[in-house]
Design a protein around this ligand. Structure first.
Ligand SMILES: [Zn+2]
Length: 104
């Protein structure tokens, strides 16, 4: 996207200006990758492949989820509360299976 578009776009939720943080420019100085940060909610709208993704934060569910998961790593606390292990099925090979093995 072109840099001067930054003056036009705004946060879809707050209608406030976005602060551009470009990480990759093309030969013309157009933005290929970066983020547009809302000054109000501090949400970073990603720019990928030169296209700003200005969907409201609730549509960026995957990213939010990923961040949450990364921040809430269960560290063995829950492991002790595992449900009783399922009764292990004795996996005796059937006669047929044995026969097939033996045949080879
Ligand atoms: Zn906002």
């Amino acid at each position: 996207m072109r840099k001067d578009l930054v003056q036009i776009v705004c946060c879809p939720v707050h209608k406030t200006a976005l602060k551009l943080d470009a990480t990759k420019l093309d030969d013309h100085g157009d933005i290929l990758e970066g983020t547009l940060r809302c000054a109000t909610c501090r949400f970073d709208y990603p720019i990928e492949g030169g296209i700003p993704n200005l969907l409201p934060p609730e549509y960026h569910v995957d990213e939010v989820k990923a961040k949450k998961v990364a921040g809430e790593k269960p560290k063995g606390k829950v492991a002790k509360e595992d449900p009783a292990p399922k009764p292990a099925k004795p996996s005796k090979p059937t006669k047929a299976a044995k026969a097939a093995k033996g045949a080879k």
